[in-house]
Write a protein that binds this ligand. Structure first.
Ligand SMILES: NC(=O)c1ccc[n+]([C@@H]2O[C@H](COP(=O)([O-])OP(=O)(O)OC[C@H]3O[C@@H](n4cnc5c(N)ncnc54)[C@H](O)[C@@H]3O)[C@@H](O)[C@H]2O)c1
Length: 439
């Protein structure tokens, strides 16, 4: 079978490092034939890795789509606020689209994208990579097989490591709602997607509490400076020290070894976000100039650092989602209680463990190996999307299914801000009315 041809829109961390490598590693499956990326270093790296001629290397998605349809499919991995326009252009030209989550920064735009894909008759698959991991597929299959009977309650936790919180939601791209999206959407649309998938029914009402409590100026220790390398007197003991994270690479002992041997931090997230120059000197320069060198107590962040969402699903199932950015380790944990047993799940970058404890009978334990790239999800979503484009398998998730979890995130944020319980039927009806007005 011929490889599916792609255009790549946005060759940043996700485009260049999560999805594009699939084409290099699986040339019979995928080929990247054009790239749109304003950063010349990133654009050149993709052109070289995928042997793309100069005339198919563009400085923006606008320039790429001005050429008409160049391939069957588009991978769109621009930042959150730049998803809508390229996706609408791509769908209108006949591309199938793999679009990074979140679909869009507001619920109406997410709805518009879903309707546009349905009207165009094209696949629009959202980067909910957790669905494609061995861990969550196993967990889903066990629940579907009725291992704990009918599900009655769910408690799901997303524990964001303190250094990840600092990198993405205090110093980095998702720190400020006006520039990106609320954290419950940016971080937890994955978790909401998994919960909706496992329960297989709609959420009927939702409420939420949470706030920005810790990463604020009022908590800045005496002696701290606005940048960690500017003579901060508490740097040596601060867990969020940019020196500790980006120069000493303390949270990643393996990466630190690589940097010691090669003189460069590995070409992976988060080091390839910090700077195109990953040498020690390049990283020091980035900490002097870029947002990543700032003290976590002296940033312009306004997204929450913890939030709890409670949901009622059809049939009276109660569920909660807890997200916070003060975890020591990065992991997700979950508990499902059913009529005949309890399921405990634990998932991190090394893999996962699922325990089933039936009320009568023998407990079962499933150890799931970890694979790089979101537990194998980055590769899994590419394989599934390619099969959908070829027509050999249905996509594992449609835009409409992804819309459901996105709407829950937006409704949770509205509930948090308004201190109200949101009835999802009313919320969706209001949105439909707005979408109809636009049509
Ligand atoms: N699925 C996941 O688990 C996951 C994980 C992290 C990030 N994301 C999402 O992936 C998306 C990309 O994140 P990232 O970390 O790769 O961001 P990034 O900033 O590293 O990459 C975005 C790229 O888009 C490029 N760009 C800017 N303007 C452009 C234009 N007009 N035309 C084409 N390209 C343009 C930028 O130069 C940059 O290289 C975000 O929406 C993010 O929320 C998803």
């Amino acid at each position: 079978m011929k490889p599916v041809e792609f255009v790549l829109v946005g060759a940043g961390s996700r485009g260049a490092h999560a999805y594009a490598p699939y084409a290099v590693n699986n040339p019979n499956d995928a080929r990247i034939v054009a790239v749109a990326e304003p950063d010349p270093v990133r654009r050149a790296a993709i052109a070289e890795a995928h042997d793309i001629a100069d005339e198919y290397c563009f400085t923006s998605y606008e320039a790429l789509f001005a050429k008409g349809q160049l391939a069957e499919a588009a991978i769109i991995t621009t930042q959150d606020a730049m998803h809508v326009e390229p996706t609408l252009l791509a769908l209108a030209q006949g591309y199938h689209v793999l679009l990074e989550k979140p679909m869009a920064p507001d619920p109406l735009a997410c709805t518009r994208l879903t309707l546009a894909a349905e009207k165009a008759g094209r696949h629009l698959v959202i980067g909910h990579v957790l669905r494609y991991t061995d861990f969550f597929s196993t967990l889903h299959d066990l629940l579907q097989a009725g291992k704990i009977g009918d599900i009655v309650t769910v408690a799901h936790r997303e524990n964001v490591a303190h250094w990840h919180m600092a990198h993405s939601f205090v110093r980095g791209s998702w720190r400020n709602k006006a520039e990106s999206t609320p954290m419950i959407l940016a971080k937890c649309c994955h978790d909401l997607d998994i919960m909706v998938w496992n329960l297989g029914r709609e959420c009927t009402r939702i409420s939420s509490v949470g706030n920005l409590n810790f990463y604020q100026k009022k908590n800045a220790p005496a002696g701290s400076t606005s940048r960690c390398l500017d003579g901060c007197t508490v740097e040596a003991t601060c867990p969020w020290s940019a020196k500790r994270i980006y120069l000493d690479l303390e949270p990643w002992p393996e990466a630190a070894k690589v940097a010691q041997q090669t003189g460069e931090a590995p070409n992976v997230w988060p080091f390839n976000v910090l700077s195109n120059d990953r040498s020690y000197a390049g990283r020091v320069a980035a900490l002097q100039d870029s947002p990543y060198g700032r003290c976590v107590f002296h940033c312009d962040n306004d997204v929450v650092d913890h939030q709890i969402v409670t949901m009622e699903f059809a049939g009276g199932i109660s569920a909660s989602l807890s997200m916070h950015g003060l975890s020591n380790d990065e992991d997700r944990s979950m508990r499902y209680d059913g009529t005949t047993g309890t399921l405990h799940g634990y998932f991190n970058a090394n893999g996962g463990r699922i325990e089933i404890k039936p009320h009568r009978g023998t407990p079962e334990v499933y150890e799931v190996d970890g694979r790089s790239g979101h537990g194998g999800g980055d590769t899994g979503i590419m394989q599934s999307f390619i099969a959908a484009v070829r027509g050999t398998a249905a996509p594992k998730s449609s835009a409409r299914e992804s819309l459901e979890s996105h709407l829950l995130a937006f409704a949770a944020e509205e509930a948090r801000l308004s201190h109200n319980v949101i009835e999802m039927d009313d919320y969706k009806a209001a949105l439909r009315a707005q979408a109809d007005q636009l049509a």
